[in-house]
Write a protein that binds this ligand. Sequence first.
Ligand code: ZN
Length: 407
Amino acid sequence: MIDILEALRDLRGITATPGRGCTRLAFTEQEDQAHDYIWQRLQSIRGLSRIDDAAGNMFIVPQDAVSQGTAVVLLGSHLDTVIEGGWLDGALGVVVATHVLASQADVGDAGSHLGLVVFRDEEGVRFNTGLFGSMVFAGRCTEANLDAADADGVRVRDVVPDPAGCWDYEPPVRAAAFLECHIEQGERLTTSGNRVGVVTGIVGIRRLELVGTGMANHAGTTDMRRRVDALVPVADVVARLPSLVDGLEDAVITCGRLEVTPGAPNVIPGRVSAIVEIRASEQDAMDDIERRLEALVESMRAAGARGRATDLELRPVVSCAPIPTDPQLASHLADILRARGLGHERLFSMAGHDAQHAARRCPAGMFFIPSVDGISHNPAENSSESDILLASDVMLAWAERCIAEGT
Ligand SMILES: [Zn+2]
């Protein structure tokens, strides 16, 4: 058996920023250590083996299932974090899965139908992509994803175990289903008083980079008519982003990253990169917003076409479609919650999760437990101990039910 709270506290201690929350960026020593910690907790169980795939995703699965090609119900999440993040995001789902796997192994051969997966680089902090490991698992990794570089110029292809195997991918085990639990990272459950949120679908996320190219020059001696400032038209676009989602319920748009080069107070910006992120529950809405963004950029180009103008270019960076979770898995879960008299509700997730990529490989399901005050990606992130323990009880019952029903 695994003591869930103890394992979560141990993982909290694996951080690059002791005393300032959890920092385990993708493909760093801390993320590796966290993967090894989970394997150490399970390696003594007879019949289980660890397989790290081409992307470095860790599978802990029954050897029999691998050798005989039997499908397993995979449980899991991720162990990377944002910078100075909380102790539960990702870790909760992995520790709960570890607990379920250990409990099943204790009771006998039902364990041979269960596996655990820990996906790499869910957060996307280091390489600006996100959901990388599960994207590989889904068979959707591209050469461009492998070329993404961190701030030091290190590329994804330099750190994954097998770059070629990432885009020409075969999972190490057949997946019958993927089940994930996670903290809600919002306030809907605490507001409603329900202890579990059955996730009905996961938001689509599209990121585009808007690059403005002007000409760096002296901010004092270049008069206003002669300058080609890369920031002004980009800032104009950013200021109008909120209007692009007018009338589209639940769609959001954000520019959360702006790089101004050379970035000196006395130099006119020569190059600006702005990452625009669109989220929506419907694919049509996402297409609509992207078209509006293109039209806005085009109108800025037209406005600048008179005289010396900044060159504006819009290019796609990340595209992940909104996806419903599997209705059958969700109904098994709802049955379990009803039978236990637990208050629950159906929720659509506006945060991205590994389950949305996993859903392209096999039926996928997910549930949330409440986040205290809705805080996440912050050292103050928390859930009550009773909700954490409830998550593992519910996951155990759900996994057993899925195995019994053949999902
Ligand atoms: Zn997460």
